[in-house]
Ligand binder design. Structure first.
Ligand SMILES: [Zn+2]
Length: 164
């Protein structure tokens, strides 16, 4: 930074509180506008919204015991929603019996999930989560049926189901 620029910067310092007060109303407007879509809640807020079991999975990347979820045997036509924010994640059309003991799907609904790689079992696995609230859902593997060859292995406690 040359001397001219740095002097200009210091001249601005007394005005920072003023600039902040001018910019603040804009920020509040932006936040209230997106309130319904804003799912960046604190851990305590999530704890209040969820059962302890669902909290452990959605917010702490826990895994339920295999064959423990009633959704494992859910065969009706309908949609599976995120138990955290109710975004539709999977259609019953892509559900299949993988024999693993967890609800399994060979595809997700469009833009419903995002993925990241985790190393919890040392071998890298692809974790996936709800694209709206970030709640952990399960892991995706490449041993699923056609046409995708994917297996979305989902925790039943991270989902709700509504028949159509
Ligand atoms: Zn969600």
């Amino acid at each position: 930074m040359n001397q001219f620029l740095s002097r200009r910067f210091f001249i601005l310092i007394p005005f920072i509180p003023f600039l902040k007060s001018v910019l603040k109303p804009l920020k509040v407007y932006a936040a209230s506008k997106g309130l319904i879509e804003d799912w960046s809640l604190s851990k305590d807020e999530w704890r209040k919204r969820l059962s302890p079991e669902s909290f452990n999975i959605l917010r702490e990347e826990g895994t339920e015991r295999p064959f423990s979820s009633p959704l494992n045997n859910e065969k009706r036509q309908g949609t599976f929603y995120c138990a955290g924010c109710d975004l539709g994640l999977f259609s019953s059309n892509t559900k299949y019996d993988s024999g693993t003991g967890w609800p399994s799907f060979w595809d997700s609904l469009e833009n419903a999930i995002e993925t990241k790689v985790d190393f919890k079992l040392i071998v890298p696995r692809t974790e996936y989560h709800c694209s709206r609230c970030g709640g952990h859902q399960g892991h995706v593997f490449n041993d699923g049926p056609q046409p995708t060859g994917k297996r979305y292995c989902n925790n039943g406690l991270a989902l709700t189901f509504r028949p159509e």
